[in-house]
Design a protein around this ligand. Structure first.
Ligand code: GUN
Ligand code: ZN
Length: 442
């Protein structure tokens, strides 16, 4: 079944835009007995009802009837460098970094270790149905080379870039850039080597404000403007103590996010993880500049960081994607991540007046995990839905992956109910198949 062109027959769901809190019927397309036609170039040619498949798109048929095809999941924030220390006990953000993260990231000074870990990590993502991610390596240039080489070998659309960090104590000496000129030169070399090499995108990656000198942050903002299509990723306003420490250091900044704004880091190619502790003015700046947020519910709960306000961000017009943020996140599965996103929204909305409360519907959840993520990473020209010409990265979901899911699915009366059961009960066992550019991966 690896011959292209091909037609995949299944229930097919994808999104044209955010269905919002009320499941806007014009924002999504569902074909119960559907067809997804993929060309020899691995791109979508057509998606619709099986019975309406145009003559010119007929081809080898791959039968996935009884299952659900959706675009591959997009994880907008994750650390491949933390593969060994996921599920580390008992600490909040800054202690957790010192105790567990930094000693683990130190191991990436060894290129062979980086190479092995990148391979394991990417295979884990594929098994979870994640076909694209925005990934943090470490400060070591070889950790970027290892990651991009493994992603390239697999044909995955991936974003990554050398972590920039140079200020103690939030950057330990053994993980620190030796001066801004060297960090800049290494970043430039990596951009030249990897950016836009087939499906790869380079992201300028200052770790977070506390671990960078003022000069290094300014350099990151400068490079973002110099290279017209690289992206930028960092962390922002994740925990209360972290946010307080940033405000104590940057005394002329209005807010944590304003520190980044002042060095030109806010723009349509930037994504900020967490943004738990932001206000309306921050949201307005994110929306105006076109910057995005990575919502990382399992991580925010695991580290006790707080409850992200999804409705406020979307209502303000801020692009939002979903991130696992492993190793602070507790699952590589975007389905498990949606499960916890639903609960975070439920608790956050309880802090608002009853008439203003919303919930995270299954449709909006699947939008966030697919097209929403692609939009947040500035990759929606390439991936995120089944519009003709998009790269055919997609997954096949099994409604009966576990006894509990099968039982609940059988009792569901509507498609939305079934999809919600998948969002709450699903995990990597739900992924029946993963396809990259129309080709099934093991
Ligand atoms: N802030 C700075 N670095 C990190 C990290 O590695 N993980 C998380 N969750 N937050 C961070
Ligand atoms: Zn993170």
């Amino acid at each position: 079944e690896d011959t292209l062109p091909a037609v995949y027959r299944s229930t097919v769901l994808h999104f044209l835009r955010d269905p919002g809190a009320d499941d806007d019927p014009d924002a999504w397309e569902l074909f119960e007995d559907g067809a997804l036609a993929v060309g020899a170039d691995g791109r979508v040619r057509w998606a619709g009802d099986w019975s309406a498949l145009p003559e010119q798109h007929r081809g080898e048929v791959v039968d996935h009837r009884g299952k659900l095809i959706v675009p591959g999941f997009v994880d907008t924030h994750i650390h491949y460098s933390q593969y060994d220390m996921i599920a580390s006990f008992g600490a909040q953000l800054q202690d957790w970094l010192q105790e567990y993260v930094f000693p683990t990231e130190r191991k990436f000074a060894d290129p062979d270790y980086a190479d092995r870990t990148a391979g394991l990590f990417l295979d884990t993502l594929l098994a979870c149905g994640t076909t694209t991610a925005s990934v943090y390596p470490t400060v070591h240039p070889a950790s970027v080379d290892a990651f991009f080489a493994q992603a390239h070998r697999r044909g995955m659309r991936m974003t990554c870039g050398k972590v920039l960090m140079d200020k103690q104590p939030d950057a330990p000496d053994f993980l620190s850039d030796a001066g801004v000129p060297q960090a800049e030169e290494r970043t430039r070399q990596l951009i030249a080597r990897w950016h836009r090499k087939d499906r790869l995108t380079y992201a300028i990656t200052p770790r977070f404000a506390p671990s960078s000198s003022d000069e290094q942050l300014a350099m990151a903002g400068r490079l973002l403007h110099e290279f017209p299509d690289v992206t930028l990723q960092t962390h922002a306003a994740e925990s209360r103590p972290e946010t307080a420490s940033v405000l104590a250091r940057f005394t002329d900044a209005r807010s944590y996010l304003d520190v980044y704004d002042q060095v030109g880091m806010l723009g349509p190619r930037s994504i900020f993880a967490h943004c738990v502790h932001i206000d309306d003015q921050d949201r307005s700046r994110l929306a105006t500049t076109g910057a995005a947020i990575a919502f990382c519910p399992t991580s925010n709960l695991f580290l006790g960081s707080g409850l992200f306000d999804l409705a406020a961000a979307r209502d303000a017009g801020v692009r939002v994607g979903l991130g696992t943020d492993c190793g602070a996140g507790t699952s590589y599965s975007m389905l498990r991540t949606l499960n916890e996103a639903y609960k975070v929204v439920m608790l956050k909305e309880l802090t608002k007046p009853p008439h203003r409360r919303t919930t995270l519907s299954a449709l909006r959840g699947f939008y966030l995990a697919t097209l929403g993520g692609a939009e947040a990473l500035h990759l929606d020209n390439h991936i995120g839905n089944f519009r003709p010409g998009k790269e055919a990265d997609f997954i096949v979901l099994n409604w009966t992956a576990t006894p509990t899911l099968a039982h609940r699915t059988a009792l569901a009366r509507t498609f939305q109910e079934r999809l919600f059961a998948q969002m709450i009960l699903g995990d990597d066992r739900s992924i029946a198949a993963t396809y990259l550019m129309g080709r099934r991966v093991p």
